[in-house]
Design a protein around this ligand. Structure first.
Ligand code: PEP
Length: 255
């Protein structure tokens, strides 16, 4: 398997932090990441109101910024939604789509998530497409089936060129914010399955697509997870809210 995929570590700040906290965190991450970043890509996905702040504080640094969701529509009468094109106006690189919290609390279907990924790409953003199974689904032995359904909806809607530009984040729902991390072997098993499914569409695309692991990654377990051949970095929730911890995770991705 190709080792040319530079690892990608992205923080998902969710609905945490206010403008003052963010100023400190963005500044600390930008300062620390410049020393560490060699060979690793680093990003932070902030709450929408802070995109302009992120652009102001991160422009010129090695840290890219992103949005935590986008609308499936380019514009129009969709109160409360944010178009990918609007995010692009603020220099955004990444758009998380299909996070399990959106799938669970907002009933987002695989097809809607796929449309969001497509809109993000059309606006020039890189979608980070989250997939993952619940504990019940894992215990029932349906992990691959669930992830297959989530992934296939995206692969079906995208052209090959578009598919080559996505990032997939494997985030087992039972590991998000719970302190329970998938073992490196469990993660590798699912990541290899995801890559094999993408290879079913096109082997070259499969070799290019980054597959991040997300779910209670911290400095203490990151290196082991990132050492697996199909784990191309991480999507980091709670641990991305402390600069020192997040930067230690970035350092672990350098290998
Ligand atoms: C997430 O919400 O994407 C996530 C991975 O959270 P945590 O790292 O806190 O489990």
């Amino acid at each position: 398997m190709s080792r040319e995929r530079a690892k990608l570590v992205v923080g998902n700040w969710k609905m945490h932090g206010r403008i003052g906290d963010n100023a400190t965190l963005l500044t600390e991450v930008a300062a620390g990441a410049s020393a560490l970043q060699k060979g690793v890509r680093v990003g932070v996905c902030v709450p929408c109101p802070y995109l302009a702040q992120s652009q102001a504080l991160l422009s010129g640094s090695v840290v890219q910024w992103g949005i935590q969701d986008v609308s499936a529509h380019a514009g129009g009468a969709f109160t409360g939604e944010v178009a990918a094109e609007m995010a692009a106006d603020f220099g955004v690189t990444y758009a998380i789509v299909g996070h399990s919290e959106r799938r669970a609390y907002h009933r987002e279907s695989p097809e809607l998530v796929a449309s969001k990924a497509q809109r993000a790409i059309e606006a020039g953003l890189t979608p980070i497409v989250c997939v993952g199974e619940t504990l019940e689904e894992r215990q029932a032995g349906t992990t691959e089936q669930i992830i297959g359904t989530q992934l296939e909806a995206v692969l079906q809607i995208l052209t090959e060129e578009q598919a080559a530009g996505i990032v997939v984040a494997y985030e087992p729902v039972w590991a998000i914010g719970t302190g329970k991390t998938a073992t490196p072997q469990q993660a590798e098993e699912v990541h290899a399955h995801i890559r094999a499914r993408i290879a079913g569409r096109d082997a070259k695309i499969a070799a290019l697509v980054r597959i991040q692991y997300g779910g209670s990654v911290k400095a203490a377990n990151a290196a082991e997870l990132f050492s697996m051949p199909n784990v191309d970095g991480g999507l980091i929730g709670g641990a991305s809210l402390k600069a020192e911890e997040f930067l230690a995770i970035v350092a672990a991705a350098r290998g």
